[in-house]
Design a protein around this ligand. Sequence first.
Ligand code: GDP
Ligand code: IMO
Ligand code: MG
Length: 454
Amino acid sequence: QGWSGKDQKNANQPAATGQKRPRNDAGNKVTVVLGAQWGDEGKGKVVDLLATEADIVCRCQGGNNAGHTVVVDGKEYDFHLLPSGIINPKSISLIGNGVVIHLPGLFEEGDKNEKKGLKGWEKRLIVSDRAHLVFDFHQVVDGLQETERQAQEGKNIGTTKKGIGPAYSSKASRTGLRVCDLLGDFKDFSTRFKNLVQQYQSMYPSLTADVEDQLKKLKEFAERLRPMVRDGVYYMYEALHGPPKKILVEGANAALLDIDFGTYPFVTSSNCTVGGACTGLGIPPMNIGDVFGVAKAYTTRVGIGAFPTEQLNAIGELLQTRGHEVGVTTGRKRRCGWLDLVIVRYAHMINGFTAIALTKLDILDVLDEIKVGVAYKLNGKRIPHFPANMDVLQKVEVEYETFPGWKTDTSAARKWNDLPVKAQNYIRFIENHIGVPIKWVGVGKSRECMIQMF
Ligand code: GDP
Ligand code: IMO
Ligand code: MG
């Protein structure tokens, strides 16, 4: 009695006492889109596809370290803090409490996209009052910490220098400042802001900050932000329990960059796996519906850290150039390698994907043969788990399956039958190996270049 076993049919039923008990109305479910590799899988494109029908599109974690590209009618938009759904004039975009917000970055992004034709975004954006703020000095500290890592350990993380690590550190050390603080008593906010600057200056004596100038700018931003701010928890509660609504959560970064499950310490500072959707929006797990994992048909990584299937050769270069693998946020070249199914399976263990979007299949069109990493070996023996220790991960030997290339242009394919049989076999193998159905296959940048399988 009282345990939720496999069969959930009888969960939440009132005991037979004869008394009337409130019914636990589960409400609407949210659909979550998450990166299944090291980021840049094409989440923006998948969100855009779903967002055309969404009522609300939410960001729940990360900050403007993310770079999500959306191509509509030949126009390319890149979003960093704004949910990619902001493009849809009929949907509301929400930045949840789990996101860290750099206000100058947010408004700069909005204004830049406005020039490209994005209209009325400020009226469609809701910002949680519990979201933490990233200040300019957090970004400077991000750079100083990278320099320090380089000097101490001979290597840095290769962060985006957007202040993400320092801002989440302030949050965790309980000295951070939130949107609600900025909109509250400004005198009190100013005192706490000055204390925070001083704290960082005592750690980094070279850090300079024109505090009065910063506060003046923040006060201006506060007034521009004020109309967008809501209690995020209550907003989501109403959205979940009102009339039927299509709610989408756009994950930023990715499973292997997750602070708990990623390739620590070469990770970002938030939970980019499914739990982040609950904590970053203040919604119950029972309201999580579909969880779509996005994976490229090969693997890329920006920044430093182990990458078992990396190809430091002509194959890697071909993937980099054909795939235009350049970071949206930092302009750095992305490292490239074969699809690593060990990491995608690991991402599935954590996220419980209901389906997968496999993107950028078209990039593989010219290859004679294609390899897929299917297992890791340590000292000649297969290991069933994904190693936590980076020294161990650096040492694994990857076991590959090799497939013949289809050597056919797939970019015009719009349905399953348009794909060459060899490409179909490649996709079916991936699906069976992960044990999750592939719902979409991407064959190009724009909205229509997505084959829907079911
Ligand atoms: P995100 O961070 O996961 O949203 O992904 P990014 O936008 O950083 O990187 C993905 C890149 O691949 C973008 O330039 C997209 O326009 C592009 N892209 C997405 N899907 C496809 C696809 O199926 N084929 C091709 N050729 N490009 C794609
Ligand atoms: P999207 O949402 C790819 C990487 C950085 C660095 C590490 C830590 O576009 O997929 P941070 O600035 O977060 O402290 O950097 O994480 N990184 C990403 N790489 N795509 C991203 O986001 C990333 N967000 C962070 O390159 O290695
Ligand atoms: Mg990206």
